[in-house]
Design a protein. Structure first.
Lengths: 299, 334
């Protein structure tokens, strides 16, 4: 009885099954769709890159890297913006690393899951989606005005650190969570304390993930303009920062300003600036990939 | 254990390379700076008589993005004059600049429109005295595409009809005999001083047409107008001057016959009512207490006209700079 029905069902299902070739067509159709989607984004990237490179190569030379901005396109350079970006990163990187990874360790290793920690968790994830200009307002109120840091490298770097903190926390948490529980249990079984386990077992194992997340977050900070304009970072700067309280400018602000000029030559200068920014981002991402590969092998 | 050391080593290396990059570039600029200073000190020796010592310190300048190219040029030239003074320029927009000015954070505030009543009040409350210095003119140019063959000139009333909400829909509504095609309008964004000025002199009480496409980036407006024979837009003279081969400036008739925006008509004030002055506001206290600010402002007043022309704006009549000079002297006190 049972086998009878199954057989009948099977026969029916074979009958009702769409023709064999239709399945194949569908299969190919979807493959084509996905290939198309990939090709489209690659094409866009290619168009963007060729446009920027053909526009920008004219002005790229040593002078461009070592000159201050100028009203004359031929003499304009990105020196102060380039160095300003590096200065800002030297503030942002350590601050966001320490606070971000610290938070992640606390949330993953020390807290128990309860309503309070899930509230924190939810808020961190939400913060990652807050528009960057809001962080700019926060930076303006707290660092520039309340703490009276002025429109300095320090204020800018701290604002950027706030901006990328949520990304770093989430990435670090995921890396820490991916460490096998057996490793930790083994460590505890040997009588290690929580800190010893975290320091000697969890962190080393989670390190590639944490560092990759950090570098990608820093890459985002390098490209951000809005929060810095909000806190009043400058546009024309013909000197280099002398310390953490110097005023400064960064590459995206300089590029943004050049693209808004009426003169076509400045659009080319802007393209040159974009090339420098892209190269810097590529280098950072390459370092991220290198770190990941290097440390993963050692595990 | 080892791995953790690797981390800290890596972090150290990262900061170290960053620091290296800085010190390297630092020494380079020093070298450059020295080169610059030499010529500088030469210049200074020449007019050492009217300078008490070498000026230094920082001047805080912020405000309108329209005025920025002029101030950038002034600061660039001023580096030759006083290399130890830092005069960076920020771009927070006219309104954002005034906010900082009211807060006492800046010495000079650039604006592409006159100061508003509530801003004046804010300054008064904080006890900040200031002087208003016109620096240059910008001729707001009304433009159509090069392909547009019917618009020969526009009166102020016609402009009003085109731009005010709920009035003209098609070009034939504006003037008899023009094509029955919808008008495509391109306007600077509502945050810009250009828009403020336009709504004051053209729209008066009315709202801007809801069909108008607004953009903060004037190059977007240029492209929009360029691509359609039925489009019209307005923006600063420099953006028209750079795109003469694809755009046509429309002569504007304010009752005395159509006038085309040219450096001459903008300078002598016949291009009315769309010649708009660009300003910088200077804190009187900074003028009096910071010698570098006074020196900078005096220098600015002598070069602003020429530099304005160089970056695409129009100089003011000479009398205005004379007037500015008197105002500066009075405010600084001597």
């Amino acid at each position: 009885m049972l086998t009878e029905t199954t057989e009948r069902n099977y026969a029916e299902s074979v009958k009702s099954r769409p023709s064999f070739s239709w399945r194949i067509v569908k299969n190919k159709g979807f493959k084509g769709l996905f290939v198309g989607a990939t090709a489209f984004s690659l094409l866009m990237l290619l168009v963007l890159l060729t446009r920027i490179i053909t526009q920008g190569y004219v002005y790229i030379d040593w002078d461009f890297l070592t000159s201050f901005p100028s009203r004359k396109a031929e003499e304009a350079g990105i020196f102060s913006a380039f160095i300003g970006t590096i200065w800002m990163m030297t503030v942002t990187a350590p601050v966001s690393f320490l606070i971000g990874v610290g938070t992640a360790i606390y949330l993953e290793e020390y807290t128990k899951k309860n309503w309070f920690t899930s509230l924190i968790q939810m808020n961190i994830s939400n913060l990652a989606g807050v528009p960057s200009i809001v962080f700019g307002l926060l930076g303006l109120t707290i660092f520039v005005r309340e703490m009276a840091l002025g429109r300095s490298v320090l204020a800018g770097g701290l604002t950027m650190a706030l901006l990328i903190l949520p990304i770093i926390v989430v990435a670090s948490q995921e890396a820490i969570r991916a460490v096998p529980g057996e490793l930790k249990s083994a460590s505890f079984a040997m009588g290690a304390t929580k800190w010893q386990t975290t320091y000697r077992i969890v962190l080393p194992a989670a390190l590639p993930g944490i560092l990759t997340g950090n570098i990608l977050a820093l890459s985002r900070a390098i490209g951000e303009t809005a929060p810095l304009i909000m806190i009043g970072a400058l546009t024309y700067v013909a000197f280099l920062p002398e310390g953490l309280l110097s005023s400064f400018t960064v590459m995206p602000i300089q590029i943004f300003n050049w693209t808004g000029r009426p003169q076509e030559e400045f659009h080319q200068v802007a393209a040159s600036g974009i090339i420098i920014l892209l190269v810097m981002l590529l280098i950072m991402n390459a370092v991220a990939v290198w770190i990941r590969n290097k440390f993963q092998k050692r595990l | 254990m080892k791995k953790v050391w690797m981390v800290s080593a890596l972090a150290a290396v990262m900061t170290f390379t960053a620091a290296c990059g800085e010190s390297e570039t630092d020494s380079e600029t020093n070298a450059q700076g020295n080169g610059g200073e030499q010529t500088e000190s030469d210049a200074e020796e020449n007019n050492a008589s009217d300078d008490e010592g070498i000026l230094s310190g920082e001047i805080a300048i912020d405000g309108s993005s329209t005025v920025f190219p002029i101030m950038e040029a002034v600061s660039e030239e001023y580096r030759m004059e006083a290399p130890d003074v830092q005069a960076p320029v920020g771009v927070s927009g006219s309104g954002g600049g005034f906010e900082k000015f009211i807060n006492g954070e800046t010495d000079l505030s650039n604006a592409s429109r006159p100061i508003k009543e509530e801003e004046k009040k804010g300054l008064e409350e904080n006890g900040i005295d200031y002087i208003e210095l016109p620096l240059a003119y910008d001729g707001i140019s009304v433009v159509v595409s090069e392909e547009n063959d019917f618009v020969d000139y526009l009166t102020v009333e016609e402009l009003q009809k085109i731009w005010t909400d709920g009035q003209a829909e098609t070009w034939s509504d504006v003037r008899e005999g023009w094509p029955d095609e919808p008008i495509e309008r391109f306007s600077p964004g509502t945050d810009s001083g250009t828009f403020d000025y336009w709504s004051e002199v053209i729209l008066e009480e009315g709202d801007i047409s809801k069909d108008a496409q607004l953009s903060e980036d004037d190059n977007v407006l240029v492209n929009g107008v360029m691509n359609s024979p039925h489009a019209i837009g307005y923006f600063g003279y420099a953006y028209y001057a750079e795109n003469r081969d694809t755009l046509k400036a429309v002569p504007v008739d304010n009752g005395d016959g159509p006038v085309k925006p040219t450096p001459e008509t903008i300078n002598d004030g016949t291009y009315e009512p769309l010649s708009r002055p660009l300003f910088t506001y200077v804190k009187t206290k900074s003028l009096q207490e910071k010698p570098q600010v006074r020196d900078y402002v005096e220098f600015m007043n002598t070069v602003a006209g020429d530099l304005a022309l160089e970056v695409g704006y129009i100089n003011l009549p000479d009398e205005q700079y004379e007037k500015n000079k008197k105002m500066i002297e009075e405010a600084a006190g001597k």
